[in-house]
Design a protein around this ligand. Structure first.
Ligand SMILES: [Zn+2]
Ligand SMILES: [Zn+2]
Length: 115
């Protein structure tokens, strides 16, 4: 029997809590451009957690007042799709996080240590 692995959309994990994030709409306000942008993001459900992920910006912290602070250590791009990788799996024993590209057909993945 051949089992075709189904391409389910993978859920990004919060880089701090390492639990699955939920989809949310985020309204970004750009004070200098006087512009408002709605983006679809994933957000952590843990109380008080401000970590957010978007395909284009990677992980960032969404702070009160609508400002975002990206974290350089948490953003790396897929060289092919130029999309920000997310943590798709976490091995709590080895403390190894697996990063994937949000493009569903992309095979790119890398591992890094999370302490
Ligand atoms: Zn979190
Ligand atoms: Zn990719």
């Amino acid at each position: 029997m051949i089992v075709n692995e189904e391409k389910i959309s993978r859920v990004p994990l919060c880089p701090v809590h390492l639990i699955g994030m939920g989809l949310a709409d985020l309204t970004l306000v750009w004070p200098f451009a006087n512009d408002i942008e709605n983006i679809e993001v994933s957000r952590c459900h843990a109380p008080g957690c401000v970590y957010t992920y978007s395909r284009t910006d990677g992980y960032f912290r969404f702070c009160a007042g609508g400002s975002i602070r990206s974290e350089e250590g948490l953003v790396s791009l897929c060289p092919e799709h130029r999309l920000a990788l997310y943590i798709s799996e976490y091995d709590s024993q080895g403390k190894i996080a697996t990063w994937c590209c949000p493009d569903i057909d992309c095979e790119m993945s890398k591992k890094s240590r999370v302490d």
